[in-house]
Design a protein around this ligand. Structure first.
Ligand code: AMP
Length: 395
């Protein structure tokens, strides 16, 4: 992963074994197969282990989930029952990803994440909250608040609080909910806040709710320059689907996320692909939680190799081994472009980002290209053989 620190803080921990954590946590980290801590991990884990509050400026893909999870596991009193930590995230997908990572990292510890998100039945969550383990609640603001109001969740004795992707939570209008949740937590808690950007509203939250935090900034060099190959094709708008199919067919075993701007656009393209024999998943904000989970699970384990998605649905998704991100529609701006292409080349792997640029999109795309630190190469589309056999690649 290519990262660059923008603080003066010296990162002295070059290897995971340098961190003063328990043998159980060392073992779990070793089993993750990671070579070395990422930049954000080197800079935040020592401070968090010492009980300091931390504000981390970092994007998804930087390794921030493990950065707050490792010290969290260490801070838990393993003999105590009940909720001892809370992780607030903006979306359901992020909640389940954070819970999965926490589960892996605490596999040798009696710490159990409980996911509290909307879109699924509340009953099993209430039962999970009643269980006797040492628990960490991971959830989205609406459902956490719902549990607080029902009295099924008590946060009065939590030790550790994480606000993850704080800027997105604000963008999604969660600020009041987050404020209400925080009022249920004790002042003695340790707080970590992570955000990709630092608007002044976040500085306000930091000033109101955190104790002289350590500020750490790590910039994932936009957009993971070394690992994402960025190319574009000039395509007549009507020919985009044909071009997309040619790209899919030209790869042996691709794992592709295709982005569209709108739910309707995504639905139409998904239907077209399926009609023509390509197995594809569909992910957009209008889908129910169980539909989303199914689509993601099937893409995650490679049963469907194409996922048609909108920006909102796919932001923050962390699916390993995505080989291609295809911008079927041009992203709205350079930030969206960077977020989209960041879905491939996760954790240092190689990935390809392809933009299909219609005549009407050329000017807008030039604006985006100008703001990127790397060249986006124009290429010629692979030739279609005519009688392709999509199942070979797409099944
Ligand atoms: P995050 O920024 O938390 O979304 O993490 C991005 C991805 O990097 C996840 O798949 C993590 O499992 C992975 N990851 C976290 N820490 C490391 C590390 N030190 N080395 C390699 N991969 C890591």
């Amino acid at each position: 992963m290519t990262t660059e620190t923008t603080t003066t803080t010296e990162a002295t921990h070059a290897s995971f074994s340098d961190f003063p954590v328990s043998a159980q946590t060392h073992k779990a980290v070793a089993e993750q197969g990671w070579d070395a801590p990422t930049e954000i991990q080197k800079l935040t884990i020592p401070a968090l282990l010492e009980g300091e509050d931390v504000v981390g400026l970092a994007q998804t893909g930087s390794g921030k989930t493990a950065a707050f999870s490792i010290p969290l596991i260490e801070a838990m009193d393993k003999r105590a029952r009940g909720i001892q930590a809370l992780i607030i995230v903006p979306t359901r997908e992020l909640a389940s990803q954070a819970a999965d990572e926490l589960k892996s990292l605490s596999r040798h510890n009696p710490v159990k994440p409980v996911v509290l998100c909307g879109g699924t039945s509340i009953k099993p969550q209430i039962n999970a909250l009643r269980g006797r383990a040492t628990k960490v609640a991971v959830g989205t603001p609406g459902r956490i608040l719902d549990h607080l109001q029902r009295g099924t969740l008590q946060l009065g004795s939590i030790k550790y609080l994480v606000l993850d992707e704080a800027d997105r939570m604000l963008d999604m209008g969660f600020a009041p909910d987050v404020g209400r949740i925080l009022s249920h937590t004790p002042d003695s808690r340790q707080t970590a806040l992570f955000s990709a950007t630092m608007p002044k509203e976040i500085k306000g939250i930091v000033n109101r709710h955190m104790r002289s935090p350590r500020w750490v900034a790590v910039e994932t060099k936009a957009p993971t320059v070394d690992t994402v190959e960025q190319i574009y094709y000039r395509v007549d708008g009507k020919e985009k689907t044909t071009a997309l199919k040619a790209l899919i067919d030209s790869e042996e075993k691709p794992l592709i996320i295709v982005f569209r701007r709108t739910k309707r656009g995504a639905t139409n393209l998904h239907r077209q692909l399926e009609r023509q024999g390509y197995r594809a998943g569909l992910l957009h904000g209008g889908k129910t939680q169980s539909q989303r989970t199914k689509a993601l699970a099937s893409f995650n384990d490679g049963r469907t190799r194409i996922l048609v998605a909108t920006n909102v649905a796919a932001r923050g998704l962390d699916i390993p081994n995505v080989s291609h991100v295809i911008n079927y529609d041009l992203p709205e701006d350079v930030d969206t472009y960077v977020h989209r292409i960041g879905r491939t080349a996760r954790a240092g792997k190689h990935g390809i980002a392809v933009s299909l640029i219609g005549e009407a999109e050329v000017r807008e795309f030039n604006q985006i290209k100008k703001k990127l630190p790397v060249e986006v190469r124009e290429e010629r589309l692979p030739k279609t053989s005519g009688g392709h056999s999509p199942r070979r690649n797409a099944a």
